[in-house]
Design a protein around this ligand. Structure first.
Ligand SMILES: CC(C)(COP(=O)(O)OP(=O)(O)OC[C@H]1O[C@@H](n2cnc3c(N)ncnc32)[C@H](O)[C@@H]1OP(=O)(O)O)[C@@H](O)C(=O)NCCC(=O)NCCS
Length: 156
């Protein structure tokens, strides 16, 4: 069984490992090895990675006291990092995370959620009511990659 809980100080380094592993094993279906290397780079600074969680709503899925997924909502309604462990894909964890983010966004009276979805994650966000606004090329540590700017209006 897995459960959802708020982010805790001390999660950051395990979430960074999860992030890298998911990109290397799941997003590799849709991106080139060069893009994967840039995205999951060894050069990501641990402190900057941890600091980025500050002031954001972060929900963590855990099983046996180990994180198996996480989703992050910025105060402006932008969903930033959103990753499920490569070993726990397709069993509803993403649904649990996004549902919790919807609840939090409603609690904060946010009018709209946005995300820059990977090629891999785009069908998931479409299934959860996000519309694609634009296909865009972003530069990650000097390497160009495609993602999709998506948005979902929330009831006021
Ligand atoms: C996108 C992502 C977060 C979704 O998480 P998840 O836990 O696998 O998602 P869920 O299991 O809740 O839902 C997946 C949906 O796809 C379906 N699905 C499950 N396994 C599937 C598979 N192998 N292929 C296609 N669809 C599948 C499920 O039935 C579910 O559909 P439903 O909600 O209509 O029932 C996850 O795939 C991921 O971590 N991707 C890589 C990281 C990434 O790109 N993150 C986004 C950065 S913006």
């Amino acid at each position: 069984m897995w459960k959802l809980r708020p982010y805790q100080a001390g999660d950051a380094s395990e979430l960074l490992s999860l992030f890298r592993d998911t990109i290397q094993r799941i997003n590799c279906r849709d991106y080139t090895p060069e893009q994967i290397e840039a995205w999951a780079s060894d050069d990501i600074d641990d402190i900057a990675w941890a600091d980025r969680f500050t002031g954001r709503f972060v929900i963590v899925a855990e099983q046996n006291e180990r994180p198996i997924g996480f989703g992050e909502l910025e105060p402006n309604g932008h969903i930033d990092r959103f990753y499920v462990s490569a070993d726990h894909q397709g069993i509803g964890i993403g649904r649990g995370l996004i549902t919790t983010i919807f609840e939090e966004a409603t609690r904060q009276s946010l009018p709209r959620l946005t995300v820059e979805a990977s090629i891999t994650a785009r069908p998931f966000f479409e299934r959860h009511g996000f519309a694609t606004l634009e296909r865009q090329i972003v530069v990650c540590r000097g390497v160009e990659m495609v993602n999709y700017r998506m948005a979902r209006e929330l009831p006021v």
